[in-house]
Design a binder for this molecule. Structure first.
Ligand code: FEO
Length: 398
């Protein structure tokens, strides 16, 4: 896309990736993803991050065009994941005197990727760099999303170059700035990005917020998704909530079923939740919906009810994958209900119970394991899971 002015001397340069199917070769990109970077045309010039290699045609020509005959003095590297560092080598080849700005961990990865060991400006937490009009301050924010991650704050105009933080899946379809987009679309994609990519490090996001306390942020420039030049408080607020595991009232029921029995139990529980006064009940088949969307739903709602058929005396494999991922991400602060069915010796519910102990979510009712096909009596036993969940959720109402 054509570069756009963010404010004064700061320009957005971004590309849309609609070709890639899976982000990190794992997370579906049904609606694509955008890579953003920023060029500051001050007395001295600075590029903040780059984009994924060859994702945006001739990236260097774009930078040359904006520089309009000037040289590039600094390349600030907030994050080394290749979706942002892919063009570093081509920039260094074109501007051999450019100074790379990063921290000790950044430069270890720079050397490991490209063998670059010269023209490095190593910065520490709180260090500043004056470009002329703009004064940049570097804020170390490790693990948002990698250990080397930092943010760059422009103290002059209050612009936070935030890297992955405050980013989103979804391409920028003509609209780039928060005052140009319909945010309903991006809220879903932003939470999915947060929960899938950054959520594991929520405690580090909170630490980053502590560091930014009192910092007068007037615009947020992330490396994915919309650029927040009008209402940065909105995205800051959402990230604050998500990283504190604050959720909405509602229940995500995810079931694994082979021949329909566990599915029938799931539908029964969903109905009973509604009869118990709960709205926002969402039911998913773990075999049909990608784990990326399931994790996003779990990040949104307080209640989670998992049901698994027994499969070779274990959980159904795709349910096992989901629970493993939730444990890996250390997702916190949920209420949990468990149910399932079996035809010989069980295993689904037993292992879901082990999962509940590992992840330490509050169990709202005794797990229910049904032998054989559901009937009225067996369905009624599952009602206790719905009632337990509804009661706990209602008790949390203010
Ligand atoms: Fe968008 Fe951690 O890279």
């Amino acid at each position: 896309m054509t570069p756009l002015n963010v404010k004064g001397k700061v320009h957005w340069i971004g590309v849309n990736d609609r070709r890639k199917h899976l982000f990190e070769n794992m997370w579906p990109l049904d609606r694509g993803v955008a890579y953003n970077c920023y060029l500051i045309l001050d007395n001295q010039t600075a590029l903040v991050d780059t984009i994924e290699l060859r994702s945006g045609g001739d990236f260097v020509s774009k930078i040359e065009g904006l520089l309009n005959g000037r040289t590039l003095d600094y390349l600030i590297i907030n994050h080394m994941e290749p979706d942002h560092s892919g063009e570093i080598k081509s920039i260094v080849d074109r501007y051999p005197n450019v100074k790379l700005v990063g921290n000790l961990k950044t430069f270890k990865i720079v050397e490991a990727y490209w063998g670059i060991t010269e023209n490095l400006l190593m910065v520490e937490d709180g260090q500043t760099l004056e470009l002329g009009y703009h004064k940049l301050k570097f804020v170390m924010t490790p693990w948002v999303h990698w250990p080397e991650t930092m943010m760059t704050f422009d103290e002059t105009d209050g612009i936070l170059f935030s890297g992955d933080a405050f980013g989103s899946f979804g391409t920028l379809d003509g609209a780039v700035f928060d005052d140009e987009v319909n945010f309903d679309f991006y809220e879903e994609e932003m939470r999915r990005y947060y929960s899938n990519i950054v959520g594991k490090y929520s405690n580090m996001v909170q630490k980053a917020f502590k560091k930014l306390e009192g910092v007068p942020v007037k615009a947020v420039c992330p490396t994915h998704g919309p650029v927040w030049r009008t209402n940065p408080e909105k995205v800051l607020g959402l990230y604050d909530r998500w990283s504190k595991y604050e959720t909405e009232e509602g229940v995500v029921i995810i079931y694994a079923s082979m021949y329909g029995s566990t599915e029938e139990l799931a539908d029964h529980i969903a109905r009973k939740l509604v009869e118990n006064g709960i709205r926002n009940v969402r039911v998913f088949d773990v075999s049909k919906t990608h784990i990326s969307h399931l994790i996003n739903e779990i990040w949104k709602y307080k209640g989670v009810i998992l049901g698994s058929v027994a499969y070779n005396s274990e959980m159904f494999p795709l349910m096992e994958q989901l629970t493993r991922e939730l444990e890996h991400m250390s997702v916190k602060e949920h209420l949990l209900g468990i149910f399932g069915s079996f035809s010989w010796n069980g295993g689904g519910v037993k292992n879901l119970f082990k999962f509940s102990e590992n992840i330490e979510w509050e169990l709202v009712a005794e797990p229910v394991d049904i032998f054989g096909m559901p009937n009225d009596e067996k369905l009624e036993r599952c009602s206790s899971v719905a009632a337990g969940m509804a009661n706990r959720l209602k008790a949390l109402r203010k």
